[in-house]
Design a protein around this ligand. Structure first.
Ligand code: CTP
Ligand code: MG
Length: 179
């Protein structure tokens, strides 16, 4: 796999990767579903909170801003990194949180309790969410940045990265389960 392509994939997806991790660290409090149930199961569950969404999104937007600031320096070492518009930054970060919410909604409909793993979906829900919301909020930017090759690399690299960060979060007791 082309190293530049992997670098671009990590760079462009970082504002979508960080929100989930920020929500683990900074989330908690009032659940988004307010305790509501559907057919006996929670709508989303206690793992999806307003604070997690808010601070997760904020963290992702801040990461995009930091990447924009560092871009000229990265350019000096030979890469030409992607710049994030505010709409793109928000779309990636908030979209990632929406994908995570949607996955929890699906998990609860399948009768899975909070924290139960759903392989495949757990690793890519936030990528789908980020791509969908960014396409809606910043279509020009999205079509310019994401070609088929980049999306392919993102789909391969993200699950690997996700598994690794979750193991770290589990070992450091930030998460109760390693997924
Ligand atoms: N979190 C949060 N708000 C969010 C997302 C996550 O507060 N919108 C916090 C919660 O404390 C949550 C933890 O981050 O328990 C881990 O997130 P995640 O693995 O997505 O949630 P789970 O608890 O595993 O719940 P689910 O089964 O619904 O995925
Ligand atoms: Mg989970």
């Amino acid at each position: 796999m082309d190293g530049t392509l992997i670098f671009s994939a990590l760079w462009v997806m970082l504002p979508a990767y960080i929100p989930n991790n920020a929500a683990v660290v900074a989330g908690g409090g009032l659940p988004v579903d307010g305790g509501r149930t559907l057919n006996g199961n929670r709508l989303l569950g206690d793992g999806k909170t307003w604070r997690g969404i808010l601070l997760g999104t904020l963290a992702g937007v801040c990461v995009a801003g930091t990447l924009n600031i560092s871009a000229p320096f990265v350019q000096m070492i030979g890469f030409n990194p992607i710049r994030f518009s505010l709409r793109a930054a928000f779309g990636l970060a908030f979209g990632a949180m929406c994908g995570d919410l949607f996955a929890s909604f699906l998990k609860r409909r399948m009768g899975k309790q909070r924290g139960a793993p759903l392989p495949g979906i757990d690793q890519l829900d936030f990528v789908c969410g980020a791509l969908c919301v960014t396409t809606i909020l910043a279509p020009g930017w999205t079509f310019q940045v994401f070609n088929v090759a980049l999306i392919g690399v993102v789909i391969i690299v993200t699950p690997l990265l996700h598994v690794m960060t979750n193991i770290v979060a589990f070992v450091t007791s930030l998460k109760d389960e390693p997924y």
